[in-house]
Design a protein. Structure first.
Ligand SMILES: *[C@@H]1O[C@H](CO)[C@@H](O)[C@H](O)[C@H]1NC(C)=O
Ligand SMILES: *[C@@H]1O[C@H](CO)[C@@H](O)[C@H](O)[C@H]1NC(C)=O
Ligand SMILES: *[C@@H]1O[C@H](CO)[C@@H](O)[C@H](O)[C@H]1NC(C)=O
Ligand SMILES: *[C@@H]1O[C@H](CO)[C@@H](O)[C@H](O)[C@H]1NC(C)=O
Ligand SMILES: *[C@@H]1O[C@H](CO)[C@@H](O)[C@H](O)[C@H]1NC(C)=O
Ligand SMILES: *[C@@H]1O[C@H](CO)[C@@H](O)[C@H](O)[C@H]1NC(C)=O
Ligand SMILES: *[C@@H]1O[C@H](CO)[C@@H](O)[C@H](O)[C@H]1NC(C)=O
Ligand SMILES: *[C@@H]1O[C@H](CO)[C@@H](O)[C@H](O)[C@H]1NC(C)=O
Length: 467
């Protein structure tokens, strides 16, 4: 026994020496591979979570990076075991898309400046000048990317996994599905990808989905005359964003970008800075590449540019102007009218509207979320409060990335109907309500004023004299 023990100890000692040596070798390996360059090893730019409306869905839901079909069961459980899901409405944003014409022009400008003027010996700059190609062109104008189709087909599978009794083949066959989309090609392509996702999940290619286009509902912002006159077509409506462009925070970003390129400060306008940031964002969103453009920005720069984007959305689609939210009155009533119909039908046990899928834009979702009172900070975002708004709730990177989705699920429970809201597959609490799935009646009480008013016609029509 003693002998054996002795041997064992010796062996253990030797083993631990070997292990220690191995550790040193492995350790030096990992030091080598990390290099001096923390970004060089990752597909994901360090600034990826600041891309605002150009952000990837995975940044808002990082667990999807390990498993794109992962569903967090605790987020989609019924409020209690006696509850039965009777209806789901999902309002979606289209998937990852190519940039629009306007931005492609600025992208070409910063690229040509980098080619002709930039100086410096960093490898990322050489990559930009010799390896990177200007692969964006004006024909791409806002179209869906393959990544955007994948966004929606994966989302379809996750939603069907989350709510299998609602998003079911049987409900589709029985015409208990309603699918509506904006007529924009990126939305139509997104809804087709969503349908394909379900067809693949159900291993059935002969299903008929029958989606209809409805711009009155999904592109209400194009039809609200007051919104067009007061905001969309009003050069002073976004003054706070314009002012922020000349604030020290933005100027500092411009100077840092100019320094990194070794060009005169006067050559780097805010438009060019934004274009370079977009090049990083689009290379990543579309191709999952950590582009050399990303090296022009550190985290602080990215936060400043995120704020610039949030200022735009806040004043153009959010709380900045009251008409922004009111322009979504028709979508609001469409939702609650349907929930009311389902509530009534469920009393008779004959719900036919089990599933409503609506495909739109960031410009569709943000006004509605704002109308519903979500993500409202105490003070408005403006050009001079970047620092005090650091912890703001209105942060589009988290609210409205590509494939963003607002999901409302109505449950029939012993104590009455309950309504659960999810944004990007995470619980969303109704303003001033502490229950994750309050009684439907309670939700309606909170929105009483809107339910009784909020007329699209009244809010959006202009007096004859102003037309
Ligand atoms: C799942 O959701 C719960 C509740 O929202 C949360 O606490 C938890 O961190 C989530 N888990 C993962 C892996 O995301
Ligand atoms: C780039 O830097 C090198 C060395 O500092 C210098 O000789 C050269 O003139 C610079 N080129 C431009 C275009 O500024
Ligand atoms: C344009 O916006 C400014 C600032 O919000 C506002 O004062 C002005 O009335 C608007 N103009 C029109 C024509 O709506
Ligand atoms: C916005 O204003 C421009 C002129 O500044 C005009 O050409 C355009 O038709 C207007 N758009 C709408 C929707 O009124
Ligand atoms: C860069 O700035 C210089 C003046 O500092 C100007 O002469 C030149 O035209 C600018 N070049 C570009 C590409 O903007
Ligand atoms: C409520 O549902 C019943 C049964 O489906 C139907 O007959 C009735 O018209 C509905 N009432 C309202 C107000 O929708
Ligand atoms: C929530 O409650 C606060 C304080 O009572 C009130 O000012 C605010 O308007 C409420 N928000 C909504 C959306 O009802
Ligand atoms: C911006 O907001 C701050 C509060 O966060 C306020 O003190 C300041 O007056 C506002 N500036 C403008 C120009 O409205």
């Amino acid at each position: 026994m003693r002998h054996l023990l002795f041997l064992n100890n010796t062996m253990l000692n030797k083993l631990s020496l070997v292990l220690a040596a191995l550790n040193i070798i492995l350790g030096s390996f990992s030091i080598c591979s990390a290099g001096n360059d923390p970004q060089a090893n990752s597909n994901i730019p360090a600034i990826a979570k600041y891309f605002g409306t150009k952000g990837r869905y995975e940044e808002a839901n990082p667990h999807l990076l390990d498993d794109i079909l992962y569903v967090n069961k605790s987020n989609v459980e019924p409020p209690s075991s006696d509850c039965k899901a009777v209806h789901i409405t999902a309002i979606l944003r289209h998937g990852t898309r190519f940039p629009s014409k306007k931005y492609i022009k600025y992208m070409k400008n910063i690229y040509s400046l980098v080619l002709t003027k930039a100086n410096g010996s960093e490898s990322w700059l050489r990559d930009l000048q010799t390896q990177w190609n200007m692969w964006y062109n004006e024909e791409m104008d806002g179209r869906i990317a393959q990544k955007g189709r994948d966004d929606l087909s994966h989302l379809a599978v996750r939603l069907a996994t989350s709510f299998p009794t609602l998003l079911s083949e049987e409900n589709l066959r029985n015409n208990h599905f309603q699918i509506i989309t904006s007529s924009k090609h990126r939305c139509v392509d997104s809804i087709k990808a969503f349908e394909e996702g379900l067809a693949n999940l159900w291993k059935n290619e002969d299903l008929e989905f029958n989606h209809g286009e409805n711009d009155e509902l999904m592109r209400f912002f194009d039809q609200c005359r007051r919104f067009i006159q007061n905001v969309a077509n009003n050069s002073t409506a976004l003054t706070e964003m314009d002012l922020f462009r000349s604030k020290p925070e933005m100027r500092r970003v411009q100077e840092k970008v100019a320094d990194r390129l070794q060009v005169p400060y006067s050559n780097i306008t805010t438009d060019l800075v934004e274009a370079a940031f977009l090049l990083c964002a689009y290379d990543f969103a579309i191709k999952t590449e950590n582009s050399p453009w990303c090296r022009l920005f550190d985290e602080e720069d990215a936060q400043v540019l995120e704020y610039l984007n949030d200022l735009k959305q806040f004043w153009k689609r959010g709380y900045g102007h009251d008409i922004n939210r009111k322009s979504s009155c028709s979508l609001f009533h469409d939702l609650f009218n349907r929930l009311d119909r389902v509530a009534n039908a469920s009393r008779f046990g004959q719900v036919t509207e089990a599933v409503t899928i609506q495909m739109g834009h960031a410009e569709t979702l943000l006004p509605l979320l704002t109308l519903l009172g979500f993500f409202k900070d105490e003070l408005p975002l403006n050009s001079s409060n970047y620092a005090s708004q650091r912890d703001r709730m209105f942060r589009t990177s988290r609210i409205i990335p590509y494939a963003a989705n607002l999901v409302l699920v109505l449950y029939d429970c012993t104590e009455g109907l309950r309504l659960q809201a999810l944004l990007n597959e995470k619980p969303l609490y109704f303003p001033n309500v502490s229950h994750p799935a309050p009684l439907y009646h309670t939700v309606k009480q909170g929105y009483q004023e809107l339910l009784q008013g909020c007329s699209f016609k009244k809010e959006c029509e202009l007096p004859t004299s102003e037309r």
